[in-house]
Design a protein around this ligand. Structure first.
Ligand code: FEO
Length: 395
């Protein structure tokens, strides 16, 4: 039933479609996901990556649509995370002669998964593997997205198997970038970058320098659509995203209990708007943290609000702060705010976490006490306006 799809002469997509996956480690996937694997039919049949364990039978059927899996000579494991290596045991069980090619770090990780029953061939940048009419080349791309990551280049096909880099979480029957809506494609690629790749932007910039010199006709990532018509655009966007240059924009994020903190969020939002700063405001009770993070990637200002609750913040704010701490770019401007009663613990905790996350906090936590009054909103509005003016004047 599951078929393979030829993406270039002799090279087949044999991945798994996760039509109904909606969540992975904090990341919402409203359009599902794809775990791409690729089969190269050459003298030595070579499989590039596998897919998650749940989809092992789908992967094996797609491979069997082209060749008896027992004929596989090499499995190249570009990345040991379970969405790409989770089916490796099943593949190797059906391909008893196959050797696994991976980075040195990948070998260490896969050894804990496979035991010592299979030969793992470590490769590094510059190493090559002849598989017949093709010679595969390997480039290490550590921390894009784990220390083990590498990419595999097939120069004869001008094809880069980029693994996580350039991926998007989209489940589609189409395989190529020019077959889907460009807005959805680039927005999905941006959300993926913000939530998966952003903390490793320095390493991504290095990796881009390595792969940017390759003669590329196609980039086949391990998630989503294959790039063939929009390669310059996605490369340019990756260069811009990995530079982590903020735009003149703000994100206001809050959780409110009885409305006071929500009204403070409105005052902050209006303060930014009055200064012409592009702003997006999110109530954490109804917003998705991975969507918010896509805006945080661009934002010069991030304002986070919660009232004091049980001497800390509301749970939704706590979850957001934990997520932000792990992902956020450094050196931006943070603003803590929230309503308080007998204790100021909530806004002060936000300020503390924002500082730990690498934000600069030029304002003291913005707080109201017991019941917010109209003049509180006016004061917050003025504080934000003055802050923006000061930041602009400082250049
Ligand atoms: Fe798609 Fe880092 O795994």
């Amino acid at each position: 039933m599951f078929k393979a799809y030829e993406i270039k002469p002799g090279i087949w997509w044999v991945g798994a479609l996760e039509w109904n996956e909606r969540y992975i480690h904090g990341f919402s996937m409203p359009h599902g996901s794809t775990n791409n694997a690729y089969l190269i039919m050459d003298e030595a049949v070579t499989l590039i990556d596998t897919c998650s364990e749940d989809h092992a039978s789908e992967l094996m059927e797609r491979i069997a649509d082209v060749v008896d899996p027992a004929q596989i000579a090499y499995v190249v494991s570009n990345h040991s995370e379970k969405d790409h290596a989770g089916s490796l045991r099943e593949v190797l069980a059906r391909a008893p002669e196959a050797k696994v090619v991976t980075s040195a770090r990948g070998r260490d990780i896969l050894a804990t998964y496979l035991g010592d029953e299979r030969e793992l061939i470590p490769v590094k940048t510059g190493d090559e593997l002849s598989i017949g009419s093709r010679t595969l080349q390997f480039v290490q791309t550590p921390m894009v997205h784990w220390p083990d990551n590498m990419v595999t280049y097939a120069p004869q096909d001008r094809l880069l198997f980029s693994n996580d880099a350039f991926g998007q979480f989209l489940a589609t029957s189409e395989r190529f970038d020019d077959e889907v809506d460009a807005g959805l494609l680039f927005q999905s690629a941006k959300k993926y970058y913000a939530n998966i790749v952003m903390p490793y932007s320095r390493q991504t910039a290095k990796a881009l320098a390595s792969v940017g010199e390759l003669d590329l006709d196609m980039i086949a990532p391990s998630h989503g659509l294959i790039w063939r018509s929009r390669i310059p655009e996605i490369m340019e966007r990756y260069r811009a995203w990995s530079a982590l240059e903020p735009t003149d924009s703000a994100v206001v994020v809050y959780a409110s209990m009885y409305g006071s903190t929500a009204r403070m969020a409105e005052a902050i939002t209006e303060g930014f708007m009055a200064q012409g700063v592009s702003v997006r405001t999110f109530d954490l009770h109804v917003s998705d943290i991975s969507d918010i993070m896509t805006h945080v990637m661009d934002a010069r200002y991030v304002a986070v609000g919660s009232p004091t609750h049980n001497m800390t913040v509301l749970p939704e704010a706590g979850a957001f702060l934990a997520y932000l701490k792990g992902l956020s770019p450094k050196g931006r401007i943070g603003i803590a705010f929230g309503s308080t009663g007998w204790a100021e613990a909530g806004p002060r905790e936000i300020a503390s976490v924002l500082e730990q996350a690498g934000y600069t906090l030029p304002l003291n936590p913005q707080m109201t006490k017991w019941n917010d009054r109209p003049e509180d909103g006016d004061g917050i509005f003025m504080a934000i306006s003055a802050l923006v003016e000061r930041v602009r004047s400082e250049g």
